[in-house]
Write a protein that binds this ligand. Structure first.
Ligand code: ADP
Ligand code: ZN
Length: 682
């Protein structure tokens, strides 16, 4: 079967995501590959699909235990023999994996990097007929990166021990330095590099200055009932207080941070992953390894650290490709906090300077004059000609005005008061509000006193924020504002300043990203399908999306298939899932009981090849251990059998050429199948 056919029959996807095809082709044709794809771009498919197209085992090194478990569950659900070895295994699971390994039944083995330190594990791998090494989160090999895993340095050794087996490395971290390190650590000759575009068009981007943030967040969540979301907070304490406040308002919210014990963290992550509609208020400790594809929104209750962390964090939303929302709230205090964190870190000077620049880039995005996506992608080196149409500024272009004079007034107020005062005091001076303190300090005698009385207090707040974000002023620990070098240029009239007018938020901020269809009748169907999914997932102890992702339910609710064949055409419905769940979902869709044949068989149901498939299946079952029952265990997928029934190869050569067959399997099953095919042809 071709890669494209497998994409349909095993994974149930209509087509590749952008960039996947080239990578799959390169891996299938045996080349070493380094692929850089954004989170949610669909990296795993790029090694899973080639793994199914070759003999032997594909070894996947992944540091993310929860993620690898979920992937194994998802693969098994799709009918693929996969297993994982990690510290998260129970002994029974480990036995099962070893058994499958020895019997050479396993197609994919996920391995935690710690295992590479174990000589026994290495010996087992050396015996295991590994034909592809896939390295997930390959940037963990970089000693200067923040995700460094010492055990990743053993991968090179392993690769050598496996005779320089073909290697495919994947990461979402794109910078040159990391790429270079991956290449030297993992490969002996430079791999083919795929740098996939960084755009995530399904993410709606929005920033707002903080104004009653808690009620803003609550309102945002309330508009999205039943959807899963993350609210990132800058401190542990805030995750707790926000979760408590949301819970009081009836939101199913949980807090997550590194100060919680491992068990609590695991339970909460698990509940978030498996249930629909849980909101996680979290620090960035909740991050890598969150492999839930249907997170519908990410809110930043506080400004993220840098442009890079912002993009990584919002990237956790909408990995299924359906619309997802992001909202970043920020204020002067956030900027101060982030600046201070950088200054106080013990990173070398050059690193701190770079971090300030990364923060500045994020602030520029927050105060951007036009399309956010254009600003963002330009920063990541991907210019984009057209505004995106999927950000707050595309929906409502900012109202810009010449702020040079206002900025000069504010900066001059700082200068004239000795750069020792905060926003409240400076604003009072500008507005000409003479408090006792101002009189006492004789600030009511300054030429700047009252020079900005025509501007509202709230507008001054916005102006100060923008002055700060644009780098014209600095704020120290005690809250005193001072004029920076570029601020002086503004004072001297060398730099014109453009500000954005604060606009009242429209009553309904854009559309909430809908996971379900818009039509009300369809929404009802979507809910019914989702209820069935929840029931099945609970009964099987797997995450809801491993049964079907939202995108599948969405498609089913929209198309309302009335037969198994039609259901098989829906997004994410592969042969195995059709077999496991098809009938139950069809019952919801048609409102009637359905009986179900094999899915691959079902696909042939409308043609004359059904009985042929049945005969091939029976012959196959009697030969998996060879004619005398002692041979090496070999099996064919139902999809391959269906393909044989459909194409009716005339001889062994034609049969061998069919995807999923190959020499060994043709030797085992070929003659028996030809006999059946000939008999049917007569
Ligand atoms: P990442 O690149 O972050 O590792 P994953 O491999 O986990 O991304 O894929 C993200 C999501 O996209 C998963 O839910 C996966 O099932 C889905 N996906 C991957 N490839 C396709 C495709 N070709 N069509 C539709 N969905 C896809
Ligand atoms: Zn835009």
């Amino acid at each position: 079967m071709s890669a494209q056919d497998l994409l349909r029959s095993i994974f149930g996807f209509d087509d590749y995501r952008p960039g996947q095809r080239e990578i799959v082709d390169a891996v299938v044709s045996g080349r070493d590959v380094l692929a850089i794809m954004p989170t949610g771009g669909g990296k795993s498919l790029c090694y899973q699909l080639p793994a199914l197209m070759r003999d032997g085992l594909t070894l996947v090194i992944s540091p993310l235990i929860a993620l690898m478990r979920d992937q194994v569950v998802a693969l098994r659900e799709a009918g693929v023999e996969a297993g994982a070895l990690s510290s998260g295994n129970d002994p029974h699971e480990t036995d099962r994996v070893f058994e499958a390994l020895e019997a050479r039944r396993l197609k994919l083995l996920y391995l935690a990097p710690e295992r590479l330190a174990n000589a026994g594990a290495r010996a087992l791998l050396a015996r295991s007929d590994i034909s592809l090494l896939a390295v997930d989160e390959a940037h963990c090999v970089s000693q200067w990166g923040h995700d460094f895993r010492p055990d990743y340095l053993r991968i090179g050794e392993l690769r050598a021990a496996l005779g320089n087996v073909q290697t495919a490395a994947f990461t979402a971290t794109a910078d040159e330095a990391t790429r270079g390190e991956i290449t030297t650590q993992l490969f002996t000759t430079p791999p083919e590099v795929f740098l996939r575009g960084f755009d995530r068009p399904n993410l709606h981007l929005a920033f707002e200055p903080k104004q009653s943030p808690q009620s803003r967040i609550l309102g945002f969540i309330r508009k999205r009932p039943g959807q899963s979301g993350i609210v990132y907070c800058a401190s542990r304490k805030k995750t707790e207080s926000l979760a408590a406040a949301l819970t009081r308002e009836g939101v199913d919210a949980l807090a997550y941070h590194a100060g919680l014990d491992a068990e609590t963290r695991a339970t909460r992550q698990d509940r978030f992953t498996r249930a629909d509609g849980v909101v996680m208020t979290a620090t960035i400790a909740f991050g890598m390894g969150v492999d839930k594809p249907d997170i519908r929104y990410v809110i930043h209750a506080d400004l993220p650290k840098t442009m890079e962390s912002y993009y990584q964090e919002i990237g956790r939303a909408g990995r299924d490709g359906l619309p997802a929302d992001t909202l970043t709230l920020y204020g002067i205090d956030d900027i101060k906090l982030r600046r201070r964190q950088i200054d106080e870190s013990d990173a070398p000077e050059a690193r701190r300077r770079a971090d300030h620049q990364r923060l500045n880039a994020l602030l520029a995005l927050a105060e951007a004059p036009g399309c956010r996506r254009q600003t963002l992608l330009t920063y990541f080196g991907e210019a984009r000609a057209e505004p995106c149409g999927n950000c707050d500024l595309c929906a409502r272009p900012p109202d810009l005005y010449d702020g040079t004079e206002a900025a000069q007034k504010a900066l001059s107020a700082m200068r004239r008061t000795g750069e020792r005062f905060g926003v409240e005091h400076l604003t009072a001076i500008l507005r000409g509000e003479a408090s006792d303190r101002i009189r006492q300090l004789r600030h009511d005698q300054l030429p700047t006193f009252g020079c900005g009385a025509d501007i509202e207090k709230s507008s001054w707040r916005s102006i100060f924020r923008q002055i700060y974000a644009l780098g014209f002023a600095a704020v120290n620990d005690t809250g005193s504002w001072s004029v920076t070098e570029s601020g002086w240029q503004v004072l001297r009239g060398e730099t014109p300043v453009s500000f954005r007018r604060e606009q009242p938020r429209p009553r309904s901020t854009g559309r909430p990203a809908r996971a379900g269809p818009v039509d009300p009748v369809d929404a009802e169907m979507f809910d019914a399908l989702r209820a069935l999914r929840t029931k099945l997932a609970r009964a099987r102890g797997i995450p809801a999306y491993a049964v079907f992702p939202d995108a599948s339910l969405h498609d089913m609710a929209a198309r309302k298939p009335q037969s198994l064949d039609a259901l098989a055409d829906c997004h994410g419905v592969g042969a195995k899932k059709l077999q496991s769940y098809g009938r139950l979902f069809l019952e919801v869709l048609t409102g009637e009981p359905v009986d179900t044949p094999h899915p691959a068989r079902a696909k042939l149901a409308n043609g004359a090849d059904g009985p042929l498939f049945d005969a091939l299946l029976a012959a196959h079952a009697s030969l998996t251990r060879g004619p005398d029952g002692t041979g090496k265990f070999l099996t064919l997928t139902k999809a391959t059998l269906a393909e044989i029934a459909r194409t009716k190869p005339a001889d062994l050569t034609a049969m061998e050429a069919l995807p999923g067959m190959g020499r060994q399997k043709t030797e085992r099953f070929g003659e028996a199948f030809l006999t059946i095919l000939r008999a049917a042809g007569d």
